[in-house]
Design a protein around this ligand. Sequence first.
Ligand code: GDP
Length: 594
Amino acid sequence: MSTDARKMVELPPTLTVRALAERIQASPIDLIKQLMANGVMANINQQIDFDTAAIIIHEMGFDAEPEKQVEEAKPEAVEAAPAWRQALEKEDQKLLTPRPPVVTILGHVDHGKTSLLDAIRSTDVASAEAGGITQRIGAYQVTHNNRLITFLDTPGHAAFTAMRARGAQVTDIVILVVAADDGVMPQTREALAHARAARVPIVVALNKVDKPNANPDKVKHQLSEVGLVPDDFGGDTLVVPVSAKKRTGVDDLLEAVVLTADNTKILANPAGKLIGSIIEAQLDKAKGPIASLLIQNGTLHLGDTLVAGQAHGKIRAMFDFHGAPIEQAGPSTPVSILGLSDLPQAGDLIEVLPSEREARTLTAERKLAAKTAAQGPHKPVSLEDVFAKFQAGEVKELKLIIKADGQGSLEPIISSLNSLGTEALKVNILYAETGNITENDVMLASASDAIVVGFSVQQDTSAQHAAETEGVSVRLYDVIYRLTEDVDKALSGMLEPEKKVVTTGRAEVRAVFNISKTGKIAGCIMREGEAKRNSKIRVIRAGKVVHEGDVASLRHEKEDVREVRQGFECGVGVRDFHELAVGDVLEFFVLQEG
Ligand code: GDP
């Protein structure tokens, strides 16, 4: 075929065989045959990558080129916009003006997040002049070429995601710190998943380039592999070599932030309705609650009456991040304030009300609402209701966070899950890693309306608590087939409501007794909740479930009892399990309908 007769098609990094067939208007069968001729066995719903697709369609008379970025950004419509963005939509669009970008630094532990925040902060002349004795209010600003940039100075994604989970996405740009001597690590990938889920543009700070064993090129390749293709490799991710220690490259990094900000619409109306978010709050014995907040729209004035979550009050004093008293503050400005009645929580949204009476009424209503509905308005997706939500137009994809016990199981899980679903309702794996389910995973799920799926892993206690309070659905499996079958059924609305595991208590095994007639009995102390004679039981050893079954006997001081409460000792027999050991954790649970 002559080259001028060839047709150009734009393709995403991966797509299903069906989608590829649609793009080149060929029959999927022909495509599958062509794939087979090239040694690739694929079914119609299977994902194939760009390179494979390009080779196959080349033989069918097409040339492939990577799809433009704009196309990739499409799913944005699905994600609920953060509260401030929703508020912005109500503003008169003509009055919106650029505001300073708000930046969060994420990255793997010890890659230099804190050092970089310090290095950036030291570029601020005013704090240098003040002898560096600036107040820590959770955020600061620096100027680069006459442009202000706001930095949140709590590094790490726990705070970032906790704020998002409360609807307060304040970050406009993420700086992902990657140490040049260590490269892309598990928490780098985790941070990347958090930033992507929030649809925030990413600038990479390639830190520690001063180290003799720094290998920037190797790290750039690793970055490409996770989809952050550096600009000098032909991609569009700005990767800036820095040394937080030697304080080199910081200016270039700030320049990259400004460039990124210019490519993103970071706007506000300084004269509009006030909206902001609490960054942190603490109780001062003498001054009462001190809250740090970031203004996202409008201008805050001394004397304004505020409501922040369940707290309210008139602003008695307001300070900038240098600790200097100020009377007003506009968009992207971090301030600390005095005058609130209670301690608000990080991520609480701020509004200004006309009078203290109205503010008091609103917070009283909120307190009452919080008591009656511990969950708030946010109702997360569960595997059982994803299809119903899809039919109601509320979701277009099933977002999953996958944790598995090893790379060997992770890969088949990812590829089989990717082959499920339809173009209209597909699986979107936000993050897949090895290791137990942590609180971070649950918070990412909560912020992104995702479900956490674990394969041969445990969830730690803090993750379990977070899942309960956030209402996040966590599904645990030990057989890959069961996992994919459930997801497949969920995507077609065929999944039966699952019986929910409700943990009622946890006991620690302190001693093990051999009783000739009954077998082994664990001498325990109830650490949490209560043990019930008629409940189910799990034996957990070194974080792994080693047995799941029924309670055979429950005793307290030689008496058979129906329940034992927290703090008390008890003797527990486990039916059909004779390997109880000191240090085991016994988890008592019941199964409840959906
Ligand atoms: P974080 O856990 O990401 O906040 O990392 P830190 O900022 O605490 O840094 C971890 C360690 O790396 C500390 O010992 C820092 O002194 C060191 N470090 C940070 N940045 C650099 C750098 O640019 N060069 C070198 N050589 N060491 C650095």
